[in-house]
Ligand binder design. Sequence first.
Ligand SMILES: [Zn+2]
Length: 373
Amino acid sequence: MAGERDTTIGANTPTGTDPAPGIHTAPGADTAPVRSSSTPLFQQQHPAVHESNFAGAGRFAPSPSGELHFGNLRTAVLAWAIARATGRAFYLRIEDIDSQRSRATFATRQIEDLVDLGIDVDEPIITQSARLAVYESALEYLREQDLVYPCFCSRKDISHAAEAPHLPPGAYPGTCRHLSPLEQQERFADFAAQHRKSAFRLKSDNSQVHLRDLLYGETSAFVDDLVLRRGGANEDFAYNLAVVIDDHYQGIDQVVRGVDLLDSAPRQAYLAGLLGVQVPQYVHVPLVVNGEGRRLSKRDGAVTLQQMRDSVGLAGVQRLLLDSLGFTELASLSDVPEVIDPKLLDTQSYTFTEEALAQAGRSMQAVRCPGER
Ligand SMILES: [Zn+2]
């Protein structure tokens, strides 16, 4: 595998001792990550939860920074239906890695919303804030491979830095990568005096990483020295690191999520390779947009489940979810796993309008029980 520099990451890439299975490295990248053969693989230190009853697992992983809106709910339905259609477990993960924006009350509400829609979730539900020790051990594992370095740059430092000539615009220019141990000590001391913490970055091989998405096909992104742990007051672990570790832990071999995260997939696949864990099958799905074509948000009116129920009832919301996915002939969301084929999904965004919601509500009025909200 190590010599296959033109290979694309496909679904269910086998895992093994290859440091980066199937990852295509762009010409010009000269330093493949090297793993010391004496260190046990991260995946051996932290085995996945074994779920013998299921053929793999899918997941929905919301951030509890607000209530789920129609777009989030639609993605949840797709992730659940595609997992169930293929005999997979379906897990929920509360991605409260951003300690500033996350609220436990939103996590509770999000779980209730999924239950109310009829999405059955397998136990256990995991919460990222309870797993910080595992992320720390993953960071330590990468550190032992000499794949981590401290970064003292502020956002401003990075935006003002001269672009590295061999890197694409926006890539971290590598400012702190080549600090000597003495320079690092001096910077750590400066930061300590100011009660600041450094970030930690991955020593990547700065390459274009390709993979295949089940719906969107071939995709690639430049993987630079991405942040693994943030600096500042909270020292939050980075989303990309936590996602890879948690997907491995939960036995997730199929990731269905919004297409806005398509660019993250090569980064996560690259990290998975370094950690020796399985790269899941990726199925990115189209977003829901507002009337102006922008991604739906809570600012776009009454779009949370509670607000929509108040307006058209739960059955009306379920009707619009079905209609938005093209399942106009189905009577219930519970029927979706029977008929869904993720390869045949429309890749166009779905435009949410209050009129479409009202129409879905009216179409359900005949079958709605009096008094039901
Ligand atoms: Zn830096």
